[in-house]
Write a protein that binds this ligand. Structure first.
Ligand SMILES: Nc1nc2c(ncn2[C@@H]2O[C@H](COP(=O)(O)OP(=O)(O)OP(=O)(O)O)[C@@H](O)[C@H]2O)c(=O)[nH]1
Ligand SMILES: [Mg+2]
Ligand SMILES: [Zn+2]
Length: 283
């Protein structure tokens, strides 16, 4: 779950063990990160030693967590308004490492409509999305179900309600939450460190909010694959290698003109495409 002051805290058999390292790991200066799966040998009721570490199936750098099963992208319906550019960036990043994204919209108590056209668009595209409120507890049970048996990372902008969501899921955990500034409508980065906490039968990492994100390095042809809704049209592009940018007879652009593709999605795609190309030029 976390490393702290020379000890590692390991979740096993429904409780937390304070673990020290065997000589072998100490010599290797083995660095464990939250999410690492290890074998432990109990020494006393709550102390144990780490005997073995299993291979990581994946890991993220920010936040530094291993073996992630799913990422919940947390955005508020309001206060702050959802930043769909950041959402689309996160969807690309998470899909690229092969993790299932799930979009959670918080603060549903602050809006009248239960869903809204943009969220409906994401759902129709095949992204899983859910509306919740930490005030009225709407949808919290569904989130609890999602967490069972998994290692989950919460990501999203500051003030979107990540820590509040964990507090709703685990009353008593009292994670620090912050006020959203009235003036700028944004949070103020209340959460700073990274650890996994146990919620029900799952482990979850709350993470500090962020507002900007560089796309991972990739080939320019790769990006379009992360915009799921483009695929059905792309078969009708004149060129098989069409990047849906300046090419003639592009079926994706035709779909855009017919309002079948959301303008912001296409605009973000083009913006990201140029970022990816710019980056490739630099290296
Ligand atoms: N009305 C309403 N307010 C909420 C809801 N969820 C969170 N808030 C408020 O939004 C503010 C920010 O919530 P946090 O949980 O601290 O946000 P965070 O995403 O953890 O922010 P960082 O740690 O800075 O990344 C707090 O004042 C919460 O009380 C909700 O569902 N409805
Ligand atoms: Mg927080
Ligand atoms: Zn095209």
């Amino acid at each position: 779950m976390k490393g702290y002051a020379g000890f590692y805290y390991v979740y096993a058999d429904d409780r937390v063990w304070e673990c020290s390292l065997r000589g072998r790991f100490r010599v290797k200066k083995q660095d464990f990160i939250p999410g690492d799966k290890v074998m432990i040998l109990p020494e006393t009721e709550e102390k144990a030693t780490i005997e073995k570490v299993l291979e990581r199936k994946n890991s993220l750098l920010r936040p530094n967590i291993a073996n992630i099963d799913q990422v919940l992208l947390i955005f508020a319906r309001k206060k702050p308004d959802p930043d769909y550019n950041l959402l689309d960036r996160l969807l690309v990043q998470v899909s690229k490492i092969g993790i299932d994204p799930y979009i959670i919209f918080t603060k549903s108590d602050l809006v009248e409509d239960s869903i809204g056209p943009v969220i409906e668009y994401y759902q129709a595209t095949g992204y899983k999305a859910l509306n919740v409120s930490n005030k009225t507890c709407q949808g919290i049970d569904r989130v609890a179900d999602l967490l069972k048996g998994h290692i989950t990372v919460l990501a999203g902008p500051s003030g979107s309600g990540k820590s509040s969501l964990l507090n709703s899921l685990k009353p008593g955990s009292e994670l620090k939450t912050g006020k959203v500034s009235e003036k700028i409508g944004r949070g103020r980065h209340t959460t700073r460190h990274v650890e996994l906490i146990s919620v029900g039968r799952g482990l979850v990492a709350d993470t500090p909010g962020f507002s900007a994100l560089n796309l991972p390095e990739m080939k320019r042809e790769e990006l379009k694959g992360y915009f799921l809704e483009f695929e059905e049209y792309s078969y009708n592009c004149r060129f098989k290698s069409c990047l849906h940018d300046k090419e003639p007879d592009c079926a994706v652009k035709e779909a855009l003109a017919k309002d079948q593709i959301l303008v912001s999605r296409y605009e973000h795609y083009i913006q990201f495409l140029h970022e990816v190309m710019e980056r490739a030029r630099k290296y």
